[in-house]
Design a protein around this ligand. Sequence first.
Ligand code: SF4
Length: 167
Amino acid sequence: METGIIMEIILVSACLLGEGVRYDGVAMEFDHQILKYWRINELVASICPEVAGGLPIPRPSSEIFGGDGSQVLKGLKKVINVNGQDVTQYFLEGAQKTLLLARFHKIKLAILKEGSPSCGSRYIYDGSFSKTKKSGKGVTAALLEQNDIRVFNEREIHEAEKYLKHL
Ligand code: SF4
């Protein structure tokens, strides 16, 4: 692990920090020495965009229907839950609140949970609720990247650390 003085705050998905905020209420802590180092040094800000957007815990799972987060931001696609309800507004609200938090801390880098319709940065699920992955970003990840905040997933934490070192 590379150390040295880090002044930047890093935005991290709340579920990766062990908070039981996922749709099923299960905590999925990402146990990694780099993340531990950042937390010990109070360099982490966390949020769950879906909860921040007003969704409860637990909640029905949701997927972006036939598109990705950038299309949701443009109003071209919707986020639908497994019961067929349109929950797009909650996802948009959560993404905006996450961006506000990031701006408050002048954040340039985020580690977000892969695969989520909010936080996914390389892949999401295709809207069929059949566990079918497709490349694309979740709504929050897309909004952050549109605002010059670099998003990595949890498996890219070493790349994130290198990126941070050169900021
Ligand atoms: S929205 Fe993001 S932070 Fe919240 S549970 Fe899903 S992946 Fe985790």
